[in-house]
Ligand binder design. Structure first.
Ligand SMILES: Cc1ncc(COP(=O)(O)O)c(C=O)c1O
Length: 456
């Protein structure tokens, strides 16, 4: 690709004018449009209900609403458009496929073959089996079916505060009071996992004790399950829970336990893969290879395409679980995923996400030093979490402050993701430090105003 003087996402955009608010946000047009839609759609997320803006278009890291306001996008939808909106190569590839062949069931197509061959070059050695799906939750369901088919066992262990999707078994892997009254399927168990900011198992000196979690898991398997555990399922970094990064020794030790007990390790990388944390797979941060992984969100950079991938030994058991779906692996989806992988490689975006991690980490640490309501900050690549507390000693969650900061920052032109007292930010990995710094400035202003209003 010919080198231009500036990256594609800066072309035609004057960042001196972004964000740019011409009305209050949400403005009158947004409110009117939202009133029409929300009269029909019920059950919208807190992200929307707290700030019902109506977006019209997006380009790179900029979003525009129907009132003409422009925002910096620090949400990537919901961790989806990792490479920004409407990358010319990705949009062009999807458009070309849409004009060529839209669906061919699970027949092989040239673009599917190309994607599959490319995909296995970016995965750890030996991970060379794949099936393609159309949502994160269907990829997770496929991972569970594959684990049962391979091991002949039926039980699963996942972790407190995990999120794996909204279909039956994915729901059974998660905390129940967030799953709309569904009940947990038989054979699904949840265990604690280490949260460095809020550890359950500590050593005498108060530091987190990873071994105690692993020992507990062994005891738990002996007592709570029938011993027929097919797999342990884990998000490498818990996204919905607030970008919770485990201690570095957790996954290597969990891998060892799985091997000792004959259980597979399934990494649900729907949120964390494809450069979001500065690696293709987040498990690479801990030199750990899962038996089965799920990919989603950034995999098609907005086009609904996901995958379940597995090690060589396991892929033959895919024969027992059909790869046929209506939409999985359709030509447009494969074109989006292939172009996204190529863009990450061609534009050096894993390295850019790593550079941004250093920038965000330093900036958020500085913010924490200046603002008493910040209890903890977490950064891996462009996956960010800021935990607000009423008091650093008690760590009492500060939900009111979380809501205020979310709304204030949004009104100043920062589009992002609230989660109660935890601020979750997921900026596209394409940006530079200047734009990243603008987002951080808005966030800090909103935190400072919130502190003043709440008397801190
Ligand atoms: C880790 C993880 N797994 C699975 C899912 C479900 O993905 P989808 O919403 O595409 O079904 C999500 C969605 O947020 C997720 O974060």
């Amino acid at each position: 690709m010919a080198q231009t003087s500036q990256p594609w996402w800066r072309e035609g955009i004057d960042f001196g004018q972004v964000p740019h608010m011409v009305t209050d946000s949400p403005g009158p047009e947004s409110r009117a449009m939202h009133a029409r839609a929300s009269g029909i759609i019920k059950g919208l997320s807190g992200q929307v209900k707290l700030h019902p803006v109506c977006f019209k278009e997006g380009f790179g890291v900029v979003l525009r609403d129907v009132d003409g306001n422009s925002y910096l996008d620090f949400s990537s939808g919901i961790y989806v458009t990792t490479l920004g909106h409407c990358h010319p190569k990705i949009s062009g590839a999807v458009a070309k496929a849409a004009h060529t062949l839209m669906n061919a069931h699970d027949f092989t197509t040239p673009i599917k073959t190309e994607l599959l061959e490319k995909l296995i070059t970016i995965l750890p050695p030996g991970v060379n089996g794949a099936q393609l799906y159309d949502s994160g939750t269907t990829a997770v369901e496929a991972a569970l079916r594959a684990a049962r088919a391979f091991t002949g066992k039926h039980e699963f262990i996942s972790f407190y505060m995990d999120f794996h999707g909204k279909s039956g078994h994915s729901v059974s892997l998660a905390k129940m009071n967030k799953t709309n009254g569904a009940s947990r399927a038989e054979g699904f168990f949840l265990a604690p996992r280490p949260d460095p900011y809020r550890p359950l198992f500590t050593r005498a000196d108060g530091s987190l004790d990873t071994d105690a979690y692993i020992d507990f898991l062994g005891t738990f398997i002996d007592n709570a399950t029938t011993g027929q555990v097919a797999a342990v399922v884990a998000e490498p970094i818990q996204g919905w829970a607030g970008s919770i990064v485990p201690p570095d020794d957790f996954f290597p030790k969990l891998r060892k336990l799985c091997d000792e007990r004959g259980m597979l390790l399934i990494a649900d990388e729907v949120l964390t893969s494809m450069g979001r944390t500065g690696k293709w797979l987040a498990m690479e941060h801990w030199d750990t290879v899962a038996d089965i992984s799920t990919l989603g969100k950034g995999f098609g950079n907005g086009f609904p395409v996901t995958a379940m991938v597995a090690r060589e030994e396991i892929k033959e058991s895919f024969e027992k679980i059909s790869a046929s779906t209506s939409y999985g692996g359709n030509p447009m989806a494969c074109a989006a995923a292939l172009a996204s992988i190529e863009v990450i490689e061609e534009e050096g975006l894993l390295e850019n996400a790593q550079r941004l991690e250093r920038f965000f980490a330093a900036r958020l640490q500085g913010m924490m030093a200046a603002h008493p309501i910040i209890g903890d900050v977490r950064v891996k690549g462009c996956l960010l979490g800021v935990e607000l507390v009423k008091d650093r000693a008690t760590k009492e969650p500060f939900d009111e402050a979380g809501r205020m900061v979310y709304q204030k920052a949004f009104r100043k032109g920062l589009a992002w993701i609230p989660a109660g007292h935890i601020l979750r930010l997921s900026p596209p990995i394409i940006m530079d430090e200047e734009v990243a710094g603008k987002g951080m400035e808005i966030l800090e202003e909103a935190i400072a105003e919130t502190e003043r209003e709440l008397g801190y």
